[in-house]
Design a protein around this ligand. Structure first.
Ligand code: SF4
Ligand code: SF4
Length: 103
C-alpha cells in the first residue's frame, strides 16, 4: 500500500485555483472538472499519483486552502473512487471500480 493525494472537492471548489496542477511533477495526474462544485474543482487520477506530497504543500502554503490530504490508497473513500470513475470520462485512465454490496 502507498500514499496518494486525495482532494476534498468541496474545499477545492471554493476557489479552484489550479495551482496544484502546475506543480505536480507527474503529467496528467491532477486534472480539473469545471462541473464540480460552483466553479469547478481539481481531482487526482490516483493510479498516476506517485505520492510525493508536493500538491499538498502547494495547497496548504500557496493556495492556503488545505484541500489535499495524503491517504493510503486503500483508504480512499468509495465516493472518491466513484467520482474519479465519473471524472475519468475526461481521461484515458482506467481507475479501480468500487464494488457495490449486493443484497
Ligand atoms: S491547490 Fe488546492 S484549492 Fe487549488 S486547485 Fe489544487 S486542490 Fe484546489
Ligand atoms: S502527491 Fe505528487 S504525484 Fe501525487 S498528485 Fe500530488 S504532486 Fe502529483
Amino acid at each position: 500500500m502507498y500514499l496518494v493525494a486525495d482532494i476534498n472537492v468541496e474545499i477545492c471548489a471554493q476557489t479552484g485555483c489550479k495551482l496544484c496542477m502546475q506543480f505536480c511533477p507527474e503529467p496528467n495526474t491532477i486534472l480539473y472538472n469545471d462541473r464540480l462544485g460552483k466553479y469547478g474543482a481539481a481531482y487526482v487520477v490516483v493510479d498516476r499519483c506517485k505520492g510525493c506530497g508536493q500538491c499538498t504543500w502547494v495547497c496548504d502554503n500557496m493556495s492556503k486552502n488545505h484541500a489535499i490530504k495524503m491517504v493510503m490508497i486503500d483508504q480512499l473513500s468509495v465516493t472518491a473512487l466513484t467520482e474519479n470513475v465519473l471524472y475519468g470520462e475526461r481521461s484515458t485512465t482506467v481507475l479501480p471500480t468500487p464494488t457495490t454490496p449486493t443484497t
